[in-house]
Design a protein around this ligand. Structure first.
Ligand code: PEP
Ligand code: MG
Length: 747
């Protein structure tokens, strides 16, 4: 029988809360006084406060009354782990009358929790901002009432601001003891993540963490004294290395590689930078430390500048510094470089992925980001398997761990045993021998389906040819723009586009005009970095229409390169008929102008648009009356229709391609377009996800544009589909309106 307690006696008064600060000698002492006070108010035997660190996604016990105080800071839970982790994850109180019977209960040895049966946890949060959790426990079963739940919640609300401040101060003042979950190989033998780019890799892991580089190089090594001459030699070697790297990248990635390492080369040539190091050496500082100190100064100054582009350069300067020091230390030191490794990183820019490719990085494990983000898309083109898994402790991984990535499934194995390795080696070998494709793709009952290639980098052309792509259904023309240090000129673009056209002689080439913005930021174009909601901002066709000089140069380069080809120009992110008509008019003006100039160009390209905004649904008939062709960009369509950022790992579970609104919108769009033309394709990632193919075929799609490496498996799947069955399947999917019904069909 529950005891009735008077709730008025439970509420803390402001006077009492203020009293918590009197005689408080430190933050930990403050939290300790808080738990003691709450335990008394709530008549509970235990009260504990856990604080949450967003970056590691860990809850750490910081204060307790009633449990073993010796384990404070050693007890850690992941978000969602145990009842306390679950309460914070779901931001709701959890009240258990016999906690040990709950499957989610997590037992920690040494904490002394076993004798307490009643359990009540409430989150400490400000809206969606997770700060921590408060837990009270009692020996008696069935002790806490609804009144207790509300009272503890009220206390947590009163204290939230103070506790948040305490948490921040503690994290800042003890950077070395940040509650980052320790790397423990036993917890991490197998990890399941989400697939960003498919493939298989087996290599040693290397953590990509710039601020740790010096300690990785200097700690635990006895550094001998170097001379000024040796420093100069190291400079020369570094310059040659970077120069070679630049050449290597240019060879492999002609379209996007230009000047990717230019910033580094420039730094090595900067006399002021070199002189500062020389001065320090003259003062008697050992050259490796002199380099580190000057590089740190520069990098810090860059970091303080309010400009993303300059801030990014602080990484470049560190990269140069690390190279110089590594060359100085020579045989003494093997830098924790990423060459031939599987890189683990918290976040990456597209340019980082390119640099990795030039260093033969074997795979990427990313802690944040989305599977359809452009970092993932680029990695796919560069054939670097990429898995997204938010486990902060991976950043603590030592350098001698072997990693096996099965990025087809999203599986990561750390120090895998012989059996796992053998079975993967066999699977990979089987995959290599089996791949063969037919020139035509037919369904089981003989319907022709066309498979086109999405090309991100010129390097994708080779795969597109080997797998007999019908043409290019989507050329993402923005990648050469993203990587460069300034807008590529018309001539530079012409050279790249020409290679694209020559790479697929006689075949349809669909150039998508510039789609920058969102997660594809031009670091040299200042306006972009200032947006609060870049995906809803100056992105894509909006940018082109606002910067018609840039747009015209691109259109001219496309029209010239496609002079002899079946050229198709596709505008991205079109939201209205007016936008499409305006963009097409600008292209037509470019044709007129080129002809006046006597330049050879394509005079009758087809004009089409990407269907990737929900606003096209209601005007699809009018668009179909204007445009020559259409392509459904599922990646953006889903993000905008469902208001789910495609790059945000935290809400990845809400990014549901099979949402009824998405499926029904596709049906509606396709039905309307087919009345005017059959030139409609699907070019987003849904097109290469085998489980959606029958649906698309069932609603009338006969053309897909996909990453060319997916052609064999997509073709094989289509060959198993029969039209009537596909239509019935689509009908079923369209009539379902709850996730559970649809999931039964697709998952
Ligand atoms: C899409 O949005 O589905 C698409 C193909 O374009 P991108 O992924 O380049 O935004
Ligand atoms: Mg898109």
């Amino acid at each position: 029988m529950k005891k009735r307690r008077d709730n008025t006696e439970l509420i803390c008064s402001i006077g009492e809360l203020a009293g918590l600060f009197t005689d408080t000698t430190g933050l930990e002492n403050f939290l300790q006084k808080t738990v003691t006070m709450i335990a008394q108010h709530m008549h509970s035997s235990v009260c504990s406060i856990y604080l949450y660190d967003d970056s590691s996604q860990l809850l750490t016990l910081y204060a307790t009354y009633g449990l073993n105080q010796k384990v404070i800071k050693n007890v850690q839970l992941r978000l969602g782990e145990g009842l306390t982790g679950l309460c914070l994850k779901e931001l709701r109180p959890i009240c258990e009358q016999q906690a040990s019977k709950n499957l989610n209960f997590k037992y920690f040895s040494g904490l002394g929790e076993e004798k307490f049966e009643s359990f009540l946890a409430v989150p400490i949060n400000r809206g969606a901002n997770r700060i921590g959790a408060m837990v009270i426990q009692n020996k008696e079963k069935d002790f806490f009432t609804d009144v207790d739940v509300n009272t503890l919640r009220a206390i947590s609300i009163q204290l939230v601001n103070t506790i948040e401040m305490a948490r921040l101060m503690m994290l800042l003042s003890t950077p070395k003891t940040l509650p980052v979950k320790k790397f423990n190989i036993e917890d991490l033998r197998f990890l399941k993540g989400r697939v960003g780019a498919v493939g298989y890799a087996y290599a040693k892991g290397a953590v990509f963490q710039d601020d740790k580089q010096w300690s990785q190089m200097f700690d635990d090594v006895e550094i001998k004294n170097f001379t000024l001459k040796e420093f100069h030699q190291a400079l020369k070697v570094t310059e040659k290395q970077i120069d070679d790297l630049q050449k290597d990248v240019e060879e492999k990635l002609a379209d996007v590689a230009s000047l990717i390492f230019s910033a580094q080369i420039l730094m090595l040539k900067d006399q002021a930078f070199i002189s500062l190091i020389e001065e320090k050496i003259a003062q008697g500082i050992n050259p490796p430390f002199a380099v580190a100190s000057v590089v740190d100064d520069y990098a810090d100054k860059f970091l303080k500048i309010e400009d993303d582009y300059i801030r990014e350069k602080s990484l470049d300067i560190r990269d140069v510094g690390v190279r110089i020091v590594a060359n100085l230390l020579g045989g003494q030191h093997k830098p924790g470089a990423v060459k031939n490794k599987i890189v683990i990183a918290r976040e990456l820019l597209p340019s980082d992925v390119l640099k990795f490719s030039s260093k033969d990085v074997q795979g990427i494990i990313l802690l944040t980001g989305g599977t359809t983000s452009h970092v993932s898309i680029l990695a796919q083109s560069l054939k670097i398997p990429l898995i997204i898994v938010s486990r902060g402790e991976l950043l603590e991984m030592p350098g001698d761990i072997d990693i096996l990535m099965d990025a087809d499934q999203g599986n990561i194995y750390l120090n895998p045993n012989k059996d796992i390795l053998k079975s993967f080696a066999e699977k990979e070998a089987a995959k290599r021998t089996k791949v063969s494709v037919k020139a035509k793709t037919l369904t089981k009952d003989g319907q022709l389906v066309q498979l086109y290639a999405n090309i991100n980098l010129l390097g994708d052309l080779q795969t597109a040819r080997v797998f007999k792509a019908q043409g290019i259904g989507l050329y993402r023309s923005e990648f050469p723009f993203i990587i460069r240090n300034s807008f590529p000129s018309e001539e530079e673009q012409f050279v790249i586009y020409n290679k694209l056209v020559e790479g697929m002689p006689g075949k349809e080439i669909t150039f998508r005009t510039l789609d920058i913005g969102g997660d594809k930021v031009l670091s040299y174009f200042e306006q972009h970095s200032k947006e609060n909601n870049p995906f809803l901002g100056m992105r894509s066709i909006r940018f082109s229409l606002a910067h018609q000089d840039v747009f015209a140069q691109q259109l001219r380069a496309i029209l010239r390169a496609g002079a002899q080809a079946p050229l198709r120009i596709m505008f991205p992110m079109i939201s209205s008929v007016d936008e499409f008509v305006q963009a097409r008019q600008l292209a037509r003006d470019c044709i007129d102008q080129l002809m006046i100039e006597g330049k050879i160009c394509q005079q009758q390209p087809l004009f089409g648009l990407m269907l990737e905004l929900p606003s096209v649904i209601e005007i699809i008939d009018a668009l179909a009356a204007e445009a020559d062709f259409f392509s459904i960009g599922t990646n953006d369509f889903i993000q905008y229709m469902l208001a789910v950022d495609r790059t945000n790992e935290k809400i990845a579970n809400l990014y549901k391609p099979y949402h009824p609104s998405i499926l029904r919108s596709f049906k509606r769009i396709v039905q309307s377009v087919l009345l005017k033309t059959d030139d409609i394709s699907v070019c987003g990632d849904m097109a290469q996800d085998l489980k959606y193919l029958a649906f698309f075929i069932g609603i009338g799609i006969r053309k897909f544009s996909i990453n060319p490496s997916f052609i064999p498996r997509v073709q094989a799947k289509i060959e198993t589909i029969e039209l009537g069955e596909a239509q019935r399947f689509a009908q079923k999917a369209l009539s379902a309106s709850s996730f559970s019904e649809i999931e039964r069909l697709f998952i």
